[in-house]
Design a protein around this ligand. Structure first.
Ligand code: 5GP
Ligand code: MN
Length: 330
C-alpha cells in the first residue's frame, strides 16, 4: 500500500470544482470535525463543496454542522472529487457508496490501521491520533487560512479521538497541532462544553440503566453492557446518546477490555469495544467483519442480543488469554 503525498492530494483538490466529503455513518467528532473543516476550507477557496451524510448527527456534535452538511446526493451535481474521511472501509458509507464511486477521482484520508487503499489517491497514517491531524496538515498544504470555525472543528476531531488527550494515541503532534489551532482562534472551552456538558437528562438516565446491567467476565479483566431498544423507549433517549458508556465501563480499575452492545434493530447488534493497556480490540472486531484501532474498535453482529454477548465474551476471553500466553513467553 503506497500513500500519495498530502501535497499531491492538496493539488488535486484545488484543481476540482465540485467536491463531496464522506464522513463515516454515525459520525463521531473526528469524522464530522475533519469533514466540515475541509469543506469550509474548500468553500474559502471558492469551490462547491458539501459534506454528504446518510444519517442523523448526534445532538452534541450538531454545532459543527454549519451549512456544510447535506443528505442530497446531487448537492454539487456530478462531483469531480469525492473524499472519504475517517472511513476504514467503504462499508462505513454504504448508502453513499455509488455517489462516492461516481466521481472522477476518489480520495481516502484516514488513520485506521485496518484501512485498505480504496481510493485513486490515498493518505492513510495510522500514527495519527485523529484524521483531524491529517486534515490540519492537508489544509497547510492547501495554503488555506484556518478560520476559528475550522480550528474548533479540528480541535473537536483531535480532542474526541484522543479521549481528551488521555489515550495512548496522543502524541506531541496532537498537542502541537492543537497549539497552532489556538493561533487560529480556537475556543476549546466552547467545544468541550458543547460536546460533554450539554447532555439531556434522558441520556444520563440511559447511561444509568445500561451501566446498572454491567457484566464482568474474564476473571475481572473485561466487562460489557447492553443498550436495548426497550431501554431507549423507557428512558426517551436515542441510540446516539449511548456515546460515552463504553468509556465509563473501561474506567474501572483492573478492566482491560470493555464492550457495549447496542441493539440497532431486531438481531442487529452494533458493538463498540475499548481496550486499556493490554489486548487488541481491532483484532477482535475483525473476527466479526469490523475494524478500527487497537484500543477502540467496532463491528456489527447479526444475532439476538444474548447470542451476540456470548460470542463477544468468548472472543474477548480468547484475546486476553492470547495476550497472557505471549506475556508468559516474553
Ligand atoms: P465506536 O465504538 O466509537 O463506534 O468506534 C470506535 C472505532 O472503531 C472507530 O475508529 C470506528 O471507526 C471503528 N469502528 C466502529 N465500528 C466499526 C465497524 O463496524 N467497522 C469498522 N471497520 N470499523 C468500525
Ligand atoms: Mn478517527
Amino acid at each position: 500500500m503506497k500513500n500519495n503525498t498530502l501535497a499531491e492530494i492538496a493539488a488535486r483538490l484545488l484543481s476540482a470544482e465540485r467536491i463531496l466529503l464522506f464522513p463515516h455513518v454515525r459520525a463521531d467528532g473526528d469524522a464530522l470535525g475533519s469533514a466540515v473543516s475541509l469543506c469550509a476550507a474548500l468553500r474559502e477557496k471558492r469551490r462547491q463543496a458539501y459534506v454528504l451524510l446518510e444519517d442523523e448527527i448526534a445532538e452534541n456534535l450538531r454545532f459543527l454542522m454549519g451549512d456544510y452538511c447535506t443528505t442530497d446526493c446531487s448537492a454539487v451535481g456530478k462531483p469531480d472529487v469525492c473524499v472519504s474521511v475517517d472511513c476504514s472501509d467503504v462499508d462505513r458509507f454504504e448508502k453513499r457508496r455509488d455517489v462516492f464511486f461516481s466521481a472522477d477521482c476518489k480520495i481516502c484520508i484516514d488513520h485506521h490501521v485496518t484501512t485498505g487503499s480504496f481510493g485513486d489517491m490515498n493518505y492513510i497514517d495510522p500514527e495519527a491520533a485523529a484524521t483531524g491531524e491529517l486534515i490540519y496538515e492537508l489544509l497547510v498544504q492547501m495554503s488555506a487560512e484556518i478560520t476559528p470555525f475550522m480550528a474548533d472543528a479540528l480541535y473537536a476531531a483531535i480532542e474526541t479521538d484522543t479521549g481528551g488527550f488521555r489515550y495512548s494515541n496522543t502524541t506531541r503532534r496532537s498537542h502541537l497541532i492543537t497549539a497552532a489551532l489556538f493561533d487560529s482562534g480556537l475556543d476549546s472551552c466552547r467545544v468541550c462544553n458543547e460536546i460533554y456538558d450539554s447532555m439531556r437528562g434522558e441520556q444520563l438516565t440511559l447511561h444509568a440503566e445500561a451501566l446498572s446491567g454491567m457484566r464482568t467476565f474474564a476473571g475481572g479483566q473485561a466487562n460489557l453492557a447492553c443498550v436495548t431498544r426497550e431501554m431507549l423507549q423507557n428512558t426517551g433517549a436515542d441510540m446516539s446518546e449511548s456515546e460515552g458508556i463504553v468509556e465509563k465501563l473501561r474506567s474501572i480499575r483492573g478492566i482491560e477490555i470493555s464492550v457495549l452492545l447496542k441493539e440497532e434493530d431486531e438481531n442487529v447488534i452494533k458493538v463498540s469495544m475499548r481496550a486499556k493497556s493490554r489486548g487488541d480490540v481491532a483484532v477482535i472486531s475483525q473476527k466479526f467483519g469490523g475494524g478500527g484501532h487497537k484500543k477502540a474498535a467496532g463491528c456489527t453482529i447479526r444475532l439476538p442480543m444474548e447470542e451476540a454477548c456470548r460470542q463477544i465474551i468468548d472472543a474477548v476471553e480468547e484475546e486476553l488469554e492470547k495476550e497472557c500466553s505471549q506475556c508468559a513467553k516474553e
